[in-house]
Write a protein that binds this ligand. Structure first.
Ligand code: THU
Length: 165
């Protein structure tokens, strides 16, 4: 029988807003606020992301849709690409992600899609320090992950391209 490897990862499960630290709550509020400017006329699903940077500032993003559906972009990548274009030297300490349906106030949450995880991993590798991820997965349920690497095991990275430095 082939040798087997098992990968496990541990994350925190927070079952109410009261379990978040003030800093986590503040970042989540920025992500929730960011849903207000999402452009999602086709899905009606508003996603907001907030990035906490190493100078303690916050950079946000939201999903931007398009009549040619695949041309749209998720909130996480909108935030990350925007930040990298503007302030490429800043390190990201943490990222919060949430979502709600248009015309509804309740945040039902969303977990980052696979393509966003790949982009998140790129920036985590580039800055060489972990990005914590706070994901709202239901109105009163949050997952706190310690790094993007945990969310994307066996990831494709620059090492696969044999690029050094
Ligand atoms: N969406 C995000 O913004 N982030 C995710 O991680 C999942 C999905 C957006 C894309 C699209 O605008 C809408 O949610 C419905 O899929």
């Amino acid at each position: 029988m082939a040798r087997q490897l098992q990968l496990t990862f541990t994350f925190d499960v927070l079952e109410s807003l009261a379990e978040l630290t003030p800093a986590e709550l503040n970042l989540l509020k920025h992500a929730q606020h960011a849903t207000e400017k999402a452009y999602a006329p086709y899905s009606g699903f508003l996603v907001g992301t907030a990035l906490l940077l190493d100078d303690n500032s916050v950079h946000i993003g939201n999903n931007q849709e398009n009549a040619a559906y695949p041309s749209g972009l998720c909130a996480e990548r909108t935030a990350l690409f925007g930040l990298s274009a503007l302030l490429p030297e800043r390190k990201i300490l943490a990222m919060a992600v949430t979502a709600r349906r248009k015309s509804e106030e309740l945040f039902i949450g969303a977990t980052p899609c696979g393509a966003c995880r790949q982009v998140m991993a790129e920036y985590e590798n580039r800055q060489n320090s972990p990005i914590k991820i706070l994901i709202q997965v239901a109105p009163s349920l949050f997952y706190q992950c310690h790094s993007v690497g945990d969310l994307l095991p066996l990831q494709f990275s620059r090492e696969n391209l044999l690029i050094k430095g």
